[in-house]
Write a protein that binds this ligand. Structure first.
Ligand code: CTP
Length: 404
């Protein structure tokens, strides 16, 4: 999580009764750490699961639990609180509260301020699987969607009641991601973005192989930022230890050839291709099917290599290519090498850095190469940099003609 992603954002966090209330402590911490001002309002039932004291300590603001609250000068907390929010997030949202929202009921502070709101409403349902799948709840959810309410989740899995099914609240990290996403400008709305990330692994035998030190962090950060900018994102990842960003479709591959095949299979459906992966240039000509034993080789083994396909150059030379963006980690002479590489790969935009020193780090400093010249961007965390790069890509895209 990048710091300050929610700087200046005012969130009214409404909690209703449910065991998932414990997850909201973490969600609150994530939002405040990212710079949001979080005002908590709880129903009476929510206070049975977690105390207002805990929520006050985590949010840094006194909690509201009743529409009769003398702390507000005119005693109209429903107006004051809803006007002071950029968005209302109801988490967890019980089946009962969804029903109230769908019908416009207003009989406690939280339901009144939802009805009185002028800002967007995001709802994070959490309930038993039967309560969720009940036609009444499904009717209510459909009505809320039709009313423009954003529904986040629920997840499927094991439930606090011991049953297994759809209805449990999405994890606090996922809710946080969705909230950040909600606030981001939709610079890539309607665009489809294909991204490669991470290293590749080229086998020598079933237990050995050749790889590199790419962590995949930059590619994953770009996938996250593209998704937050409203794009439909597919991420083709080499072997990395990273979780999939919220809203991103991921396909795991191992070798350069597999990455090439996965990209070529998908690329016709995409408007933008961003090649961030550190693809192995060569693979072992004849990987052994059995572990190469020391006792079998009487001398040090010799490996011979063949060249892997250049995925980016192949895509960029297609008759009708997507907008292609390349990455180049150079160990020196970045400015000369970057422009040469951009021309060689036939891409409109190449993002260069002085790797491999940046491999595995959480920050990066890059230089952009395009037809108009060279632009240096200041050093930044990979998440913050990814948002800047997405904006740089978005403003270079040909207009609506490419939107599928
Ligand atoms: N790339 C690719 N397929 C390859 C090699 C590279 O798609 N087989 C992409 C990378 O994802 C990156 C760009 O090409 O976007 C540049 O990668 P880099 O390794 O810097 O370029 P190379 O062509 O390998 O050039 P060199 O090794 O000579 O620097």
């Amino acid at each position: 999580m990048a710091t300050a992603e929610l700087e200046g954002k005012r969130v009214l966090l409404g909690m209703t009764g449910g065991i998932a209330c414990y997850k909201i402590a973490e969600l609150t911490r994530l939002m405040t750490k990212a710079g949001a001002s979080v005002q908590v309002a709880m129903t009476e039932a929510a206070t049975q699961f977690i105390t207002p004291v805990t929520m006050q300590a985590l949010s840094g603001h006194p909690v509201f639990t009743s529409q009769w609250d003398a702390r507000i000068d005119n005693n109209m907390p429903h107006i004051d609180l809803s006007r002071a929010a950029d968005a209302i997030v109801i988490a967890p949202a019980s089946a009962d509260f969804l029903a109230k929202l769908a019908h416009g009921r207003a009989d406690d502070l939280l339901s009144i301020l939802c009805l009185a709101r002028e800002c967007p409403l995001l709802v994070v349902p959490a309930m038993n699987r039967q309560m969720w799948s009940n036609p009444a709840t499904q009717r209510n959810v459909a009505q809320l969607r039709a009313d423009g309410v954003i529904i986040l989740g629920p997840d499927a899995g094991s439930q606090a009641c011991g049953e297994v099914g759809e209805g449990r609240m999405i994890e606090p990290e996922a809710a946080y991601e969705a909230i950040v996403s909600f606030f981001r400008p939709k610079l890539l709305a309607g665009r489809r973005v294909l991204i490669t990330a991470g290293p590749t692994f080229e086998p020598i035998d079933p237990v050995r192989g050749i790889t590199n030190r790419s962590s995949g962090k930059m590619g994953f950060a770009l996938a996250r930022a593209a998704s937050q900018a409203g794009a439909d994102v597919r991420l083709i990842a080499g072997p990395v230890a990273l979780s999939t960003p919220w809203g991103v479709e991921r396909e795991d591959v191992e070798t350069a050839q597999q990455m090439h095949d996965a990209v070529m299979h998908a690329v016709a459906d995409y408007d933008v291709f961003v090649a961030v992966a550190a693809v192995a240039d060569w693979r072992v000509a004849q990987a052994s099917e059995h572990k190469i034993k020391k006792t079998e080789t009487h001398s040090v083994p010799t490996l011979s290599f063949v060249e892997n396909p250049d995925i980016l150059a192949t895509v960029a030379h297609l008759p009708n290519p997507p907008f292609c963006v390349g990455f180049a980690a150079e160990s020196g002479n970045l400015e000369a090498n970057g422009e040469q590489k951009r021309m060689r790969k036939n891409v409109p935009l190449l993002i260069g850095n002085l790797g491999p020193a940046t491999f595995g780090r959480d920050d990066n400093e890059v230089v952009l190469f395009d037809a108009s010249g060279v632009t240096r961007l200041p050093r930044a965390g990979k998440d913050a940099l990814a948002s800047v790069l997405i904006a740089e890509i978005a403003r270079r895209l040909p207009d609506a003609s490419l939107i599928s």
